[in-house]
Design a protein around this ligand. Structure first.
Ligand SMILES: *Cc1c(COP(=O)(O)O)cnc(C)c1O
Length: 453
């Protein structure tokens, strides 16, 4: 049998993150100041981020050196394994070679720690003592809780209410690492009170939780805000995933025909795919890059390219992105980390230029894929990651029909061991798909201001 697992040494952890903006012919449009509607400068971002992060958000440098202290801490779980999914291949009777990068082996169970560590590091270096953030299913909150603990920072997490109730274990994880966790919308901020006044039973969204966390950071001394997805610096930090995978596939004697990531705001998708997309852009490679999102929250497949806020209340800059509108309220699907109305600005530009492909996947197909993966490879995937698995399965079946060998790489962004109530519903036949009509999307998209030139 072929080698199953491709492992690197600690010395192979990348020494720099890769910034794809340097290699894009059409750069992303600039984010705009929400008041003046002029392009942002790093100083505008310094109200909520330390300077280095504000600079990373807007830089066009190709390689950004990873601080030695961060690289040391990456060694807790990096390099992560690349695994050939031979069990899954056999079950699908496919000629395709399927590989997955396992980011679920981090201490918090997902890729999110790749960016939480450097963000906590840069804040501590800048003299910040207290961070605020939002979390959906709890993975980002968990990652930042552990990272904040390592750097001695206090952390307050606004957790989307539906997940706070559905996923109490992640709340307890965050509390174990020492964070304060608040269900959002809450009555501790103006933004939360505004939402609750209109709709006391609001189950929350990432957009609302972001509004609350930013408001808290702006109003509290020595406090900054930290975001786990969407923004350019987060995508940048996640490129360690793809940079490692490139070396590991090389060990396997392969180069991918297809690279797949699930898509919430874009961080793990960017992380696995940008190092390969780089070779499409500069060396004429033709790897297909696929973003897999939930059919119930399809910003890339059915949203519109407009300037929109990153949050619900309108406190962030205007970001040029594919969006369902900042008032879009996604169904309460179990892939909580994918319930976000917009896509990062880099990914949005890549989509506009047809440099990536996008795909939306219904909830039941996602869990079918998650179960098959668990039964053949052992690891129970996060519901988010199961979107990437479902997409990989679609491609592996196509390869079988075409009778063609193909190399498929997908990112296993996290394990699903804290999502067993979702699997329980699935196994009991209590799970459903959510159809989203065009008119529902139109409702929240049509009110967006037209700022794209
Ligand atoms: C947060 C999360 C996602 C979605 O976020 P991205 O920024 O799009 O990567 C996907 N998978 C897991 C396991 C997550 O925790």
């Amino acid at each position: 049998m072929a080698t199953k697992k491709f492992l690197l040494n600690e010395k192979d952890i990348p020494t720099a993150w890769y910034n794809i903006v340097a290699d894009m012919v059409n750069k992303p449009l600039p984010p705009l100041h929400p008041g003046t509607k002029q392009p942002l400068v790093p100083a505008d971002l310094e109200a909520i981020f330390p300077r280095v992060i504000a600079e990373q958000e807007l830089t066009t440098e190709r390689w950004i050196e990873i601080p030695e202290e961060v690289r040391e801490l990456y060694k807790i779980w990096r390099p992560t394994p690349l695994v050939r999914a031979t069990g899954l291949e056999k079950a699908l009777d496919t000629p395709a070679h399927i590989y997955f990068k396992n980011e679920g082996v981090s201490p918090v169970g997902s890729h999110k720690l790749n960016s939480a560590l450097p963000q906590a590091y840069y804040n501590q270096k800048a003299g910040v003592t207290h961070l605020t953030t939002e979390t959906g299913a709890g993975q980002w909150g968990a990652a930042l809780s552990f990272a904040s603990r390592l750097f001695g920072l206090a952390l307050e997490v606004f957790m989307v209410k539906v997940s706070y109730n559905q996923k109490p274990y992640r709340r307890v994880m965050m509390q174990t690492w020492g964070a304060d966790v608040v269900a959002s919308p809450s009555n501790t901020t103006d933004a939360g009170r505004l939402i609750l006044a209109k709709d006391p039973n609001n189950s929350g969204s990432l957009g609302i939780a972001i509004s609350e966390a930013i408001e808290k950071a702006v109003k509290t001394p020595n406090t900054k805000y930290s975001l786990g997805s969407v923004l350019n610096h987060v995508a940048l930090h996640q490129t360690v995933i793809g940079l490692e995978a490139e070396k590991q596939l090389d060990m396997a004697g392969e180069y991918p025909d297809i690279v797949i990531g699930c898509f919430g705001g874009g961080s793990n998708f960017s992380g696995i795919s940008f190092p390969f997309l780089r070779h499409n852009l500069i060396d004429g490679k033709k790897t297909r890059i696929i973003a897999a999102e939930p059919a119930s929250c399809p910003k890339l497949t059915r949203g519109r390219f407009e300037y929109d806020f990153g949050d619900t209340v309108g406190m962030t800059p205007f970001l040029p992105m594919y969006t369902l509108g900042h008032d879009f309220q996604p169904a309460d699907i179990h892939a909580g980390g994918l319930r976000y109305h917009g896509a990062g600005t880099i990914v949005s530009q890549l989509r506009r230029d047809n440099l990536i492909e996008v795909e939306d996947i219904p909830q039941l197909e996602t869990f079918d894929a998650g179960r098959l993966f668990a039964q053949t490879e052992g690891t129970i995937p996060a519901p988010e990651s199961a979107h990437a698995i479902a997409s990989a399965i679609r491609e592996a079946k196509k390869a079988r029909e075409e009778g063609r060998a193909k190399t498929i790489l997908f990112n296993l962004s996290g394990h699903g061991l804290v999502d067993m109530s979702a699997y329980d519903q699935y196994l009991h036949g209590e799970m459903q798909n959510y159809e989203l009509s065009d008119s529902e999307i139109e409702k929240t998209v049509s009110s967006l201001e037209k700022l794209v030139p």
